[in-house]
Ligand binder design. Sequence first.
Ligand code: AHG
Ligand code: MN
Ligand code: MN
Length: 334
Amino acid sequence: MSQKISLTRYLVEQQRSHGHIPSELRLLIEVVARACKGISHAVTKGALGGVLGSAGSENVQGEVQKKLDIIANEVLIEANEWGGHLAAMASEEMDGIYVVPNRYPQGEYLLLFDPLDGSSNIDVNVSIGTIFSVLQKPEGPDSVTEQDFLQAGSRQVAAGYCIYGPQTTLVMTLGHGVSMFTLDREQGSFVLTGEGLRIPEDTKEFAINMSNMRHWDTPVKRYVDECLQGKEGPRGKDFNMRWIASMVADVHRILTRGGIFMYPWDKREPNKPGKLRLMYEANPMAWVVEQAGGAATDGRGRILDIEPTQLHQRVSVILGSKHEVQRVTAYHSA
Ligand code: AHG
Ligand code: MN
Ligand code: MN
């Protein structure tokens, strides 16, 4: 039987033989993975752990918080604040940044997360996840500020997600391809189950919330219309559709068998660039997808090139199989 490679061993080997990661970053990833294990445990307990339902509060984006949104946020903060590897954290569920308290040493990294992605799926027992992105604090003696977080996605040093589905799976990139780890619940550790993941460049599957069709912009409408025409239409093939309403789950499917995911700008709230958040949803996912040979744009350009101006800013997202993403993007400038 082939030997199992734990996340710890994988990271040590990445550090030792390939020089891909400094030890502080290795610690950071281990701690994020440990936090995800804790969240996975809470998710699995469901009603038995009293974690379902609404918390009765709202986050900075005006969304009602679920109990699990808050629990996951706390688990990530508590796991990460004392290790000395971080200067500060930012989250979908916190208005401003969370600076590591004075009683702990401050490290050189910044961690951003969507603690619980797919909140509408918590109570109905459908896959949800955690998304994370790691940046380096800009050099200098100054104490950490929100401005330090406003870096383009191309400057991420690590990113990934953990999906809580039939299996709990951690997917991650350090900029040298994408690796996948499955949680072995008996051992309590993540085990390497995929390396060098590749997204097929072509696909016959698209993911978009079709109920918003009447609000879409012309290029997105055109793309989906052509898919729906199937074999008889300009694409000459039949398409399948999926929409899980958890970006982690949709992206995980795309990473596994290809596809395109879109949450584009639409006319419901024309002043918002989109629904998804750039810094802790779109950027980490865009980097994972690109590292697996896919593409990610906002319809105009590469998501990873966007210079952020706000921590919670939103963005239009088109990502997945390269040729399909290129097609939708080209329709935007046609
Ligand atoms: P979150 O639960 O972190 O707020 O994110 C939900 C996001 C994303 O995961 C998903 O693709 C999308 O919202 C679903 O939106 P609709 O309910 O509008 O389809
Ligand atoms: Mn989310
Ligand atoms: Mn969330």
